[in-house]
Design a protein around this ligand. Structure first.
Ligand code: NCD
Length: 299
């Protein structure tokens, strides 16, 4: 029986070997994925609690839990629940945990103390996006896609374009890059940058440096008093086919989604053979299925 010890809240204590084992399991599941409509015998339930909106991550965890043999029970943004009567997020989580699901997947804001909740619960808690603090399974599925397409992550040059400062995806990549030894640089305006990493101001120069480009959505909902001039931003940082002329032939263009076309990237970038955005989504399910199947083994 997996315990809270197999929770995944951060990636800073992850081990290289465990992450690699997870990638190998994910790719094995992908290779063997033929029987799409087979209904696995259910072992138990999995509680998927999404207190913030989600499309990919929610469906991905739902599909992964289902394929791994768990019946996913989903709380979707709290509509129709006692949150509307003033019940706290924490009480909601503890009450659902009291119904004994095998594990809980949580997406919530930064004001919820996910770490202390996972310490109090005896079942695993998987972070599906926690405020701006982190989104470990997104970083892992990004890395899995790089691993699958380009081999080892070690020494790879990963360029993030966009709203670095408010991105929980980048927060998890900071942690994972230390485990898997890839280099991170940014191309972002000053109001979205963080210190400690090399930064490009010119998009073409940045693209020419990278093995992998990860474009990000501007996180308007997390801006507190940051002025954002969309037109000016798009002119400097919206990735288009014209920028990809100097990009490595074997490079990868990725985005965690959702995409705001014309702001983060131009729609025609999707036609470039180096674009792996939907592959990330496909891989996300296998990565999460592998993670769920290995609960109890740790990462
Ligand atoms: C990201 C998220 O929610 O943090 N998306 C995702 O989970 N696929 C990125 C975003 O919202 O921009």
């Amino acid at each position: 029986m997996p315990t809270s010890k197999s929770s995944l809240i951060h990636l800073n204590n992850a081990h290289f070997k465990n992450v690699e084992t997870l990638f190998l399991k994910s790719l094995e599941l992908k290779r063997n994925f033929k029987n799409k409509n087979e209904l696995p015998k259910k072992k138990n339930t999995a509680a998927l609690l999404f207190f913030e909106s989600s499309t990919r991550t929610r469906f991905s965890f739902e599909s992964a839990a289902f394929r791994a043999g768990y019946l996913p029970l989903v709380l979707d943004s709290g509509v129709g629940t006692s949150l509307e009567k003033g019940e706290s997020t924490e009480d909601t989580i503890y009450n659902i945990a009291a119904m004994s699901p095998s594990f809980i997947v949580i997406r919530c804001g930064h004001q919820v103390d996910l770490e202390s909740i996972s310490e109090k619960l005896s079942i695993p808690v998987l972070n599906a996006g926690w405020g701006m603090k982190g989104h470990p399974t997104q970083a892992l599925l990004d890395a899995l896609t790089i691993y699958e397409k380009l081999g080892s992550l070690s020494g790879k040059k990963v360029l993030f374009i966009g709203d670095i400062k408010h991105s929980r995806v980048v927060a998890s990549h900071f942690e994972l890059s230390k485990v898997l030894n890839y280099e991170i640089r940014f191309c972002t305006p000053i109001e979205f940058s963080v210190t400690g990493y090399t930064q490009f101001s010119d998009l073409e120069e940045a693209v020419a440096w990278a093995d992998v480009i990860i474009a990000l959505r501007v996180q308007k909902e997390r801006h507190e008093g940051v002025g954002f001039d969309q037109k000016k931003y798009s002119l400097g940082y919206c990735l288009g086919l014209k920028h990809l002329k100097t990009f490595s032939k074997n490079g990868l263009v990725m985005h965690p989604g959702p995409i705001n076309y014309g702001i983060d990237i131009e729609q025609d970038v999707l036609k470039d053979p180096r674009c792996a955005i939907l592959e990330q989504v496909t891989n996300g399910v296998f990565l999460r299925e592998a993670l769920i199947r290995s609960l109890g083994e740790g990462i």
